[in-house]
Design a protein around this ligand. Sequence first.
Ligand code: MYA
Length: 585
Amino acid sequence: MATKKSVSFKEQSFAKSLYFGNILEEMVFPYPEVPSEEKETVDLFIDSFRKFSKKHINPREMEKEKKIPKDVLQGLAELGLFGLSFPQRFGGAGLSNTAYARIMEEVCHLDASLGVTLGGHQSIGCQGIALFGTPEQKKKYLPDCASGKTLAAFALTEPDAGSDAAGIKTKAILSDDKKYYILNGSKIWITNGAIADLFTVFAKTQIPGEKGEEAWKITAFIVTRDMGVEHGSEENKMGIRASSTTSLFFKDTKVPVENVLGEVGKGFKVAMEILNKGRLGLAAGCLGGSKRAIELAEEHAKNRIAFRRPIAQFGMIQDKIANMLMDCFANESMVYMTTGLIDRGVEDYSVESAICKVFSSESAWRIINEAMQIGAGSAYMQDYPYEQLLRDARINIIFEGTNEILRCFITLSGMQGPGNYLKEVGKSLQYPLKGIGPLYQFAIKKISRDVIGIGDRITRADTTFKKESAVIEDYTKELAQHVEYVLRKYGKDIWDREFIQKRISNIVIDLYAMICTISRVTHFIQKQGLEKSKFSIHLAQAFCERAERRIKRNFKAMQHNDDERLKLLADTQYKHKDYPFDCFS
Ligand code: MYA
């Protein structure tokens, strides 16, 4: 009888395994739990933040003034909020990824600008030093970053390089004495641009290529303001107005060679790894905003009387509240599942983190928008917090990787595994002896999936979720079949098939959301019994039912769609300057 191979947490990616049709349930069951000592620490942070904010923070006022007062930043620094996840030996609080996310959630529950400032600093601004810094760099820079004495920023985006991050033009040329890199170029839309003193900057450096030719590759640098960094004026933004967003300019900025972060020429990977972490902080922030919106909407719905009843009792309001809740619950389950995976040592969480960012930002947008509808006329007025919440939330779908590029990433990165196997299988058939290894491995994966069923069963979910588990199993199998089909059909041209990428990413997002949700509620049931878990069981089942419908639609549309017509419509419109119809012509 076949026995399951034990899964090494560190080497696996749960989301990527779905593309092979495998469900690595050992990774997602049991739902990760925070040790009680860390819970106490987080409670202390949250409690002190709440007390401080009650006295000193006025989100509406900060938005009007378009800045966070210095004493607020100072107060947050004193509370230890600038170095939450950095090691204690460098002055940080040494919190886990889960604890960090929980505190970011709390901060953004109050105000997104605060979250963006703190996140811009430690999720991405100086995160690179913690992840890739040498012992000297960490010793030199992290303590001041952790204490809040130095505020940090992440400088990647340029006028001609946003989603296509590899296209940056800022150059770093090694000085003749080889002691400095001279930076020239500019960056745009940099969070903390005007208030930061330390920047993680990405620039192209000249590297000898494999055949002796020179190639320009990205390198990451730690740049401090005093090396010569200028910033532009504050951007006038739709939301997160109290946070600082400016351009940055480097004009013959001399950066010592010791300030190269990671390896020369390997800066793209440095940027991506930082963003993998950053996207989770953002997802946790969106969760905070979503919870706030639900609370506001609920309060309004209970108190607003129409037709002699609180509007909370009307079906259309109940429908909204229920949908907001289940989206938020699924989002929360995914975010803390993913941070839990990282805390348990998983190294590749890039796809999971992108999934959380996409789901979180879009669900927050839906939830806040629905809260606004429930709050109706009042919510539209600036005297109430809804409209600021809505404006603040919009950016999340855009920054730290637009949701469009992240959907491409989720699909293409996930397909890379099966793609490589198929490529190797192709080679194997050409050179059967040399390729016996890959061919054998692919066959094993395929047989284990299609015949024996290894790795495609959910055995650890509570029996309450029998139906949901079966749906995940069936659709994971179907996903792998579709992946194999499109890879065989399009080969590497799949990168240019965005309609397909969108559908596959949406299926994977929903599968991940479903499994995280049922794992979490299974954990509740084991801890507190069925009766006390009823509310969460209903939430999970309601969410899964909707996710199932979406997945079904997406699979169906893989075969039956009008993608070509949509392309034609867009291309035809591009030939016109304006909207070409008028009811009078
Ligand atoms: S910061 C700016 C954000 N910018 C972006 O996110 C850029 C988006 N673009 C990309 O991510 C990349 O360019 C993509 C790759 C994905 C499109 N992890 O050939 P490739 C590897 C690990 O596919 P490209 C901001 O907004 C890949 O496997 N590795 O590259 C501030 C390959 O490796 P290998 C990765 O086609 C906001 C290699 O790289 C990853 O050029 C402030 C090349 O890949 C990855 N993820 O494009 C926020 N991706 O060669 C403040 C790729 O070995 C905080 N690779 O095969 C807010 C918090 C609070 C929020 C509160 C709200 C309420």
